[in-house]
Design a protein around this ligand. Structure first.
Ligand code: GH3
Ligand code: MG
Ligand code: MG
Ligand code: MG
Ligand code: MG
Length: 315
């Protein structure tokens, strides 16, 4: 087996725990022969210490060992919460029904009766790999779903669901550290006209362009932008009081006004109206309904900005 094959087929080491030197060497030799990388421990305690230092997706453990036996090792490994699954194969000469159940109950996935048949071990390891690969792809899918569930598909900024959850988290921090928090809500002016004049597709491009423009105009990793509704967005500014937020809103207003969106229908520029609301504890007693009232307050001020002629900031 060449180096490349080795890498792609067995990219991780197996941890074995076996107190009998001869059996350990035989097992190590067989695993190496079929291309696995092996790390060996002489008892359960040693294996657990190695496991705590590095992740092993597969553990092959003897049952009867000094200090910590295989069943205790299974229990210990299962009690550690891990990001990835570890497949445990328990080796036993005690193949009574009762012992097998005890081993599986302790968290072993599979047992093999000693003396280990190399051919059987090889196929059991294939099962282990299938489980580990399946778990890996499930994790990836979950991560992808999680990522998608918090974003607005059109603009790529956070969506309303994320906004609701994160805003409550930000407020908890605001209460805990008695720091200010500001919220800017903005709505594109006469956006219906953009759609009516240039088409929905161009309208979409304008929405993307505005979101991009604002995303670049706020502090990276501190402030964040979410799409609240159709052409309404919210920027959350932690650690920022009203005067600071008004400065940011005014800058964003000018940036949107100056931002030209190139579309097949030609260059489109829009303006937006802004409402800014702030909050500093202990102005109010701790109540997470503040999240709603902040949004409501910014919304009302946004409405005032519209009424006064649009393309302006109200705070
Ligand atoms: P105002 O200045 O008062 O905000 O006027 P407006 O025309 O922007 O507001 P109005 O609420 O009348 O219209 C909003 C428009 O935004 C109507 C809706 O079709 C459009 N819109 C909402 N979501 C999207 C979207 O995802 N893509 C496109 N292209 N248009 C959208
Ligand atoms: Mg033993
Ligand atoms: Mg409107
Ligand atoms: Mg609008
Ligand atoms: Mg609107």
């Amino acid at each position: 087996m060449n180096e490349d094959n080795f890498q792609t087929s067995h990219p991780f080491p197996i941890l074995i725990a076996e107190d009998n030197l001869l059996l350990r060497k035989i097992l190590e030799g067989h695993l190496r022969e079929i291309g696995y990388d092996v790390v060996a421990a002489t008892n359960g305690r040693e294996a657990l210490a190695m496991f705590a230092k590095g992740y092993y997706p597969i553990i092959i453990t003897d049952w009867v060992m000094p200090e910590m036996d295989g069943v205790q090792l299974c229990r210990a490994v299962r009690s550690i919460s891990l990001d990835h699954y570890t497949y445990i194969i328990l080796l036993t000469s005690q193949d009574s029904r009762e012992n097998i159940i005890k081993g599986l109950e302790a968290g072993a996935d599979e047992y093999l009766v000693k003396p280990v048949d190399p051919a059987e071990l090889t196929v059991r390891l294939k099962t282990a790999r299938r489980i580990i690969d399946l778990e890996g792809s499930l994790k990836q899918s979950m991560e992808e779903i999680r990522r998608l569930s918090m974003r607005d598909p059109l603009t790529g900024v956070y969506n309303r669901r994320y906004l609701d959850d994160r805003l409550v988290q930000e407020l908890k921090r605001t209460f805990r550290y008695e720091r200010p928090l500001s919220l800017i809500m903005f709505d594109i002016d006469h956006f219906k006209k953009v759609n009516d004049t240039h088409g929905h597709h161009a309208g979409d491009q304008v929405l993307r362009g505005c979101a991009e423009c604002v995303r670049h105009g706020i502090r990276e990793n501190i402030d964040w932008l979410a799409r609240y509704g159709g052409e309404e967005f919210i920027v959350v500014l932690p650690e920022t009081d009203l005067s600071g937020a008004l400065v940011v809103a005014e800058r964003l207003r000018r940036q949107i006004e100056a931002h030209a969106v190139e579309t097949r229908q030609g260059t489109i520029t829009v303006t937006a109206s802004f409402g800014v609301a702030s909050f500093t504890p202990p102005d109010q007693t701790e109540d997470l309904a503040v999240a709603e009232s902040l949004v409501e307050c910014a919304d009302n001020l946004l409405y005032v900005a519209k009424g006064e002629g649009r393309n302006r900031v109200k705070g």
